[in-house]
Design a binder for this molecule. Sequence first.
Ligand SMILES: Cc1cc2nc3c(=O)[nH]c(=O)nc-3n(C[C@H](O)[C@H](O)[C@H](O)COP(=O)(O)OP(=O)(O)OC[C@H]3O[C@@H](n4cnc5c(N)ncnc54)[C@H](O)[C@@H]3O)c2cc1C
Ligand SMILES: NC(=O)c1ccc[n+]([C@@H]2O[C@H](COP(=O)([O-])OP(=O)(O)OC[C@H]3O[C@@H](n4cnc5c(N)ncnc54)[C@H](OP(=O)(O)O)[C@@H]3O)[C@@H](O)[C@H]2O)c1
Length: 550
Amino acid sequence: MSAATAGFSHPFVAHIPLKADRHTHLERQIPLPLVVNPDPDSDSLPHREVCFGVDKTVAVIGSGISGVCAAAHLLKHGLSVTVFERSDGAGGVWKFDERPPEDPPYDYRPPSYGDQHRIPTGAVFEGGNADLSNLEVRFAPPGPCYAGLKTNVPTPLMGTALGDWPEGSPASVSHSDALQYIRSLAKKSGLDAVTEFNTRVEDVRKTSDGLKWKITTVTMEKSDRIPGTRFTQKVRIFDLVVVASGHYNMPRIPQIEGLSEWKVSFPDRVIHSKRYRNPEKYRDQNVLVIGAGVSATDVCKELGDMSNKTFQSTRNGRFDLPASALPPNAIRVARVERFVPPETKSEESALGNNQPIPGSVILADGTVLQDIHQVVIATGYIVSYPFLPQLHSDTTIDANPDDELVVTSDGIMTHNLHKDIFYIKDPTLAFIGVPYHVATFSLFDFQAQALARVFAGSAKLPTEEEMRREYEERVGIKGRGRFFHSLVTPGHEIAYVKDLAEWVNSYVKGTGGIPMPTHSEEFLKEYEVLKTRLRGLYPEVAKGDGRSQE
Ligand SMILES: Cc1cc2nc3c(=O)[nH]c(=O)nc-3n(C[C@H](O)[C@H](O)[C@H](O)COP(=O)(O)OP(=O)(O)OC[C@H]3O[C@@H](n4cnc5c(N)ncnc54)[C@H](O)[C@@H]3O)c2cc1C
Ligand SMILES: NC(=O)c1ccc[n+]([C@@H]2O[C@H](COP(=O)([O-])OP(=O)(O)OC[C@H]3O[C@@H](n4cnc5c(N)ncnc54)[C@H](OP(=O)(O)O)[C@@H]3O)[C@@H](O)[C@H]2O)c1
């Protein structure tokens, strides 16, 4: 048997007793054991060395571009793949749903809380369409896609090895074109047959012998024959797991004095950008947008022809987009210090449609904003993998994780991954889609190509000590935090892919496998054009630490 078909034994993967209960928020656990199949995790599992190879079973969590690329390349390399997607179709961020997700809580929630809302227990839920729609929204929260969302990375940079964009696609395409592209890749790669839609992954942990992964899922089923909606829990065993659940799931709600009181008093006037869908309701209103990232800037642009005045509040972060990107009716203002609630309850209940909120907003420079009608909180997202509570610690600060944790208290990075992909302690668990400030589609596709070769056993990971050494070296250079996964520095995205390819191809050649490609000449040319344009627009990018394309 060749190394390619036998797979490489990994000497350490089977022996990690991952801590069962870290300091996590357990409230989000869903009590839904409605139809439960027998737990296949038993002592009768054969004790054998866990290794990679084409005979392995892989669970892929998520069917956005990351999950589609991961599953497609794993299938191509001969592994047995099951994809779990909580919504009813592939596409992730690019799936437009008029229904916004539910409001997140406005009091502090730690990263392990996630966005997987508790839903009512009971075998079958019956009700009107509105009730069932609410239930679906709670089960599979719609993403942040709004009606006017377009891609901001040129399509030639968003291609994958799985298929080209349709001939003649413009540089920037609508969300529906992006969705179509992802779905066409899923279809032609045969993923429809191996994907369980409406199936949410609730829990992922090692089997008691530490050899495999036990995955608990809940599937939402609707049938024309049986009225109502039922939720079925299943427990299944896999050799390998790929987390491709995205990192724009759990809204980051800033803990600003008075904000939660405003939200309680004027629930429809205060939203996180994940709930933003279109500019119509902001016509002639004064809007406060908090944040200076791409979401905040894009919302301000959408309000350009619609709102009376837009105030974009920034705390002067390292990745702020320039104020010059704002439309004429928007001005940049200082950080929000506090929201002053109205003095009397009667004012709140009397608030009419076009009436501004009868409270004021105090900014850090002393400015007082009044007559604000609407607030859009565009403060980004918290990294969260709520189905991996044992790898979260909400009480450990980001600067000080141990070598097992993946998410700590701030939820700003994914710790302890080799090359942003393989969980160093146990690389039978891998992540696709972690880097940012990149041409996401193509980069995640390259990650998936490397992953598939390792999982198939045709490329070999370094030892745990070597992976740890490389990781700590990178922490030393980049520091822990938001910048850790950013590939914004000119040349870093290209070098990252080259490094992945050089590593896996050094093994693939020996095993007779197919070498992984790197960026094409066409990509590199387009990439340079984009970088030059961005350097002109954003001087910070030229210095290597500003906001790039994604
Ligand atoms: C508003 C917005 C605009 C963007 N615009 C651009 C752009 O123009 N260009 C660009 O390159 N990038 C852009 N990005 C970045 C974007 O995140 C990537 O393009 C890409 O779509 C991410 O894909 P993903 O598969 O990693 O995650 P996602 O697209 O988020 O997919 C994750 C999938 O996992 C599923 N899932 C989550 N949890 C579970 C669970 N427990 N069980 C089962 N399924 C689960 C979700 O339903 C989802 O389908 C944008 C991001 C946002 C938020
Ligand atoms: N295609 C498109 O046109 C499009 C549109 C929207 C979004 N996107 C993408 O979507 C992803 C998410 O973008 P995003 O803008 O939602 O999130 P983001 O990039 O994380 O930006 C969040 C912003 O909120 C600020 N912020 C965070 N916490 C704050 C607090 N407590 N008080 C005040 N400000 C705070 C941040 O400032 P600090 O830097 O100081 O933390 C930052 O300016 C990105 O990949 C983006 O490119 C793309």
